[in-house]
Design a protein around this ligand. Structure first.
Ligand SMILES: [Fe+2]
Ligand SMILES: [Fe+2]
Length: 291
C-alpha cells in the first residue's frame, strides 16, 4: 500500500497548498464557445447539477474557515492549511458562479432536501464530526464529478468537471490529514461517538442519489443505481485504505449493494497515497481519470 496521507506532516500539506494557491488564478474557464444543450430539460438539469456543486463549495468554504479559527488556538500551521483549503473552495465557488451564468442559469435557493442536509451539518459542533462529514462529502463529490466526466461531452462543462474532480480528489487525503490530527488530541474512549456519526453518514449519503437523480440525471446521465454503488464503493475503499482512522465500512450495507471484499482492495480513486498527493502540487500535471 502506498504511504498514507495521514503520515504526511502538516508542513508538507502547507507547502503543497501554497504552491497550488500561487497558481490558482492562472487557470481560467474557457467559456467562449456557448454550450448547446439537446433540450430544455438537459439545460435545466445542468443548472441543477452545478447549483448543487455551488452549495457544496459554499458550505466547504465556511466550515474550513470556521475550523481554521478554532484550530489556530493550538496549531497555527494546521489553521493556515485549513484557510488555504477553504480558499480553494472559494475559488471553485467563483468558477461555478461564472459557469452557471454562461449557461443562462443562476444560483438558486436550495431545495428542501439540500436545505435540511446543510442545516444539520451547520449545527455540528465537534471538530471531528465536521471534518469527517467534509471528508465523506469530498469523496462523494469527486465520485459524482468523475462519473459525470465519463458521460458529459460539452467542452466547457468538461473543463469545469475536470477542475472539480482533480481538486476534490486532492481534498480527500487532505481531510484524512485533518481528521488524523484532530483525533490525536481526543481520548480513544470518545471514538464511539465518531463511529456512530460515521455509520449514520454512510447510510444517509447513500440516500442522496434518490434526491439528486430526478434533478440532474438529464445532464450527467448517471443512474441512481450507478451513483449509489459508486458512492458506497469509493467511501468503503477510502476507509479500508486508511485503517488508522478506525472507521470500518458497514459490511451488511455493502453486501446489499453487491460489493465484496475484493471490490474494496483497490485504492479509492481519490487516491490517498503520497504519490497522488505529491502530483497534485502541480495541478496541470494531474491526470484526471473519468469513471
Ligand atoms: Fe471544491
Ligand atoms: Fe473540496
Amino acid at each position: 500500500m502506498a504511504q498514507s496521507a495521514s503520515t504526511r506532516p502538516t508542513a508538507w500539506w502547507l507547502a503543497t497548498l501554497e504552491k497550488r494557491a500561487a497558481r490558482m488564478k492562472e487557470e481560467r474557464l474557457d467559456l467562449a464557445e456557448p454550450i448547446t444543450f439537446s433540450d430544455a430539460s438537459e439545460r435545466s438539469a445542468a443548472i441543477n447539477f452545478f447549483n448543487a456543486a455551488f452549495r457544496a463549495e459554499e458550505s466547504g468554504l465556511r466550515q474550513a474557515h470556521e475550523l481554521a479559527d478554532e484550530v489556530g488556538r493550538w496549531d497555527p500551521e494546521l489553521a493556515r492549511v485549513l484557510e488555504l483549503y477553504g480558499n480553494e473552495e472559494g475559488w471553485h465557488r467563483e468558477l461555478l458562479e461564472s459557469f452557471l451564468s454562461s449557461i443562462g442559469g443562476e444560483v438558486r435557493p436550495m431545495g428542501r432536501v439540500t436545505r435540511s442536509f446543510y442545516a444539520v451539518y451547520a449545527r455540528a459542533k465537534r471538530m471531528e464530526t465536521i471534518v469527517l462529514t467534509n471528508l465523506m462529502f469530498e469523496t462523494i463529490g469527486a465520485t459524482t464529478y468523475r462519473l459525470a466526466l465519463g458521460r458529459v461531452e460539452h467542452p466547457a462543462a468538461r473543463q469545469m468537471l475536470t477542475i472539480l474532480t482533480r481538486d476534490e480528489s486532492f481534498h480527500v487525503p487532505l481531510n484524512v490529514h485533518f481528521l488524523s490530527r484532530i483525533l490525536e488530541r481526543r481520548p480513544k474512549s470518545s471514538r464511539w461517538r465518531l463511529k456512530l456519526v460515521y455509520q449514520l453518514l454512510f447510510v444517509s449519503l447513500l440516500g442522496l442519489p434518490f434526491a439528486s437523480r430526478p434533478k440532474a440525471q438529464a445532464f450527467d446521465k448517471i443512474t441512481r443505481r450507478e451513483l449509489g454503488r459508486a458512492y458506497a464503493e469509493q467511501l468503503a475503499r477510502l476507509f479500508t485504505h486508511e485503517p488508522s482512522l478506525g472507521l470500518k465500512p458497514p459490511r451488511a450495507l455493502l453486501a446489499l449493494l453487491g460489493l465484496r471484499d475484493e471490490d474494496l482492495r483497490e485504492p479509492p480513486l481519490a487516491a490517498t497515497g503520497a504519490e497522488a498527493a505529491e502530483a497534485a502540487a502541480v495541478r496541470e500535471r494531474v491526470e484526471v481519470r473519468a469513471l
